[in-house]
Design a protein around this ligand. Structure first.
Ligand SMILES: O=C(O)CCC(=O)C(=O)O
Ligand SMILES: [Fe+2]
Length: 369
């Protein structure tokens, strides 16, 4: 078992296999039905996560809809979020230009064994015996260092797009956090650490994760990204008009989140589950692959400055609702995740709610990333 978060990033050499050119699924990537959450396990498509219109002028009840979605699903899609279609196109072009580079070039920007950023296999790979059908690139802040290694003469456009995308996502993530907390009756007065001296939202700490899933010769036996929850407050995902994301719902199993042009997927992460004192489930999700289309996804992973403690918000705690988790800093939680993986939440848990979890389940026993 790895003991530090960086340990879970190891395994760079496996990325030398170029998934874009392989014609037959190698044994190393062939999941078997004895694996937890086998890729072709039944998925249900009747009902999926709600779509919420963020347009301030529309008459819908945004707070109520968001609260309901967070409690029932831990995820929802948003439209009218004010992020331009042009920026979606730009980030897609930037991601595709990165992943279509020759393998030798991509490896120049490899995540180092101690590092967090750069090119490599899925961060959760070390917890599984089979490899995943994907490659990724993680960015925190400016990507300039790695971009220079990838395109020594021509890295500026990539950096500009990434930085613009990060800026837009930071604004949107702050807005979403207050909406998600707001529907629990939490205001800025209740969360002093998230508000600056002038009442503005203090920026969180975030990472941008580009994921590439090449078309796969045997998609029923391959896994794009195995089941996990995010160690974030919330995640905002763009899934480039190609289906692949699935969320787990007790009773329904794996539910496909259909791509909608221009929409973004928002999901609750482990830190918001803790802040909400268990009211919001941090949804278990995964990405499956297909035989014809390359899929790119862009995840904005929104957390907290690493030294700040996160604990159940006092307003959500009373005699009938004792605090379910102890206070943890983001960095402490990430270390716990790297070590305990699917048991990270229970490693900081104080007790189980009297009524059981509001969410589908406690995540013990399933893979969490
Ligand atoms: O590609 C997807 O649909 C999911 C990506 C994801 O879950 C992640 O990057 O954490
Ligand atoms: Fe995720």
């Amino acid at each position: 078992m790895p003991s530090r978060i960086s340990d879970s990033f190891k395994g760079q050499s496996q990325t030398r296999l170029d998934l874009n050119t392989i014609k037959e699924l190698p044994e190393s990537h062939a999941w078997t039905s004895s694996d937890d959450h086998y890729p072709s396990e039944n998925s249900c498509n009747f009902e999926s996560i709600p779509v919420i219109d963020l347009d301030n002028n529309s008459n819908n009840n945004v707070l109520e809809n968001i609260g309901h979605a967070c409690k029932k699903w831990g995820a929802f899609q948003i439209i009218n979020h004010n992020v331009s279609e042009r920026l979606f196109q730009d980030i897609e072009v930037a991601g595709k230009s990165l992943f279509s580079l020759p393998m030798q070039q991509k490896l120049k920007a490899s995540r180092s064994p101690e590092g967090v950023t750069g090119y490599g296999v899925a961060r959760i790979s070390s917890f599984f015996s089979k490899l995943m059908w994907s490659e990724g690139f993680t960015i925190v802040g400016s990507p300039i260092e790695h971009a220079r290694q990838l395109w020594p003469k021509d890295y500026k456009k990539f950096c500009e797009v990434i930085e613009e995308y990060e800026k837009e996502m930071e604004k949107l993530a702050g807005r979403l956090m207050w909406l998600m907390l707001g529907s629990l009756g939490i205001t800025k007065d209740d969360v002093k650490w998230a508000v600056g001296a002038k009442g503005e939202s203090k920026g969180g700490c975030a990472a941008l994760q580009l994921n590439s899933y090449p078309a796969c010769p045997d998609p029923d036996r391959a896994m794009g990204l195995a089941a996990h929850t995010d160690s974030t407050i919330l995640t905002i995902l763009q899934q480039n008009n190609t289906s692949g994301l699935q969320v787990f719902q007790e009773g329904s199993g794996w539910v496909t989140v259909p791509p909608m042009p221009g929409a973004l997927v928002v999901n609750v992460g482990d830190l918001l589950h803790i802040l909400s004192n268990g009211s919001y489930p941090s949804v278990l999700h995964r990405a499956v692959v297909n035989s014809t289309r390359h899929r790119l996804s862009v995840a904005y992973l929104y957390g907290r400055p690493s030294g700040l403690k996160v604990s159940p918000l006092p307003k959500l705690v009373d005699q009938r609702h004792p605090p379910l988790y102890r206070a943890v800093t983001w960095s402490e939680y990430l270390r716990s995740k790297a070590k305990h993986f699917d048991k990270a939440l229970s490693s900081v848990r104080l007790c189980v709610p009297l009524s059981g979890f509001a969410d589908a389940k406690d995540h013990d026993g399933v893979q969490v990333g």
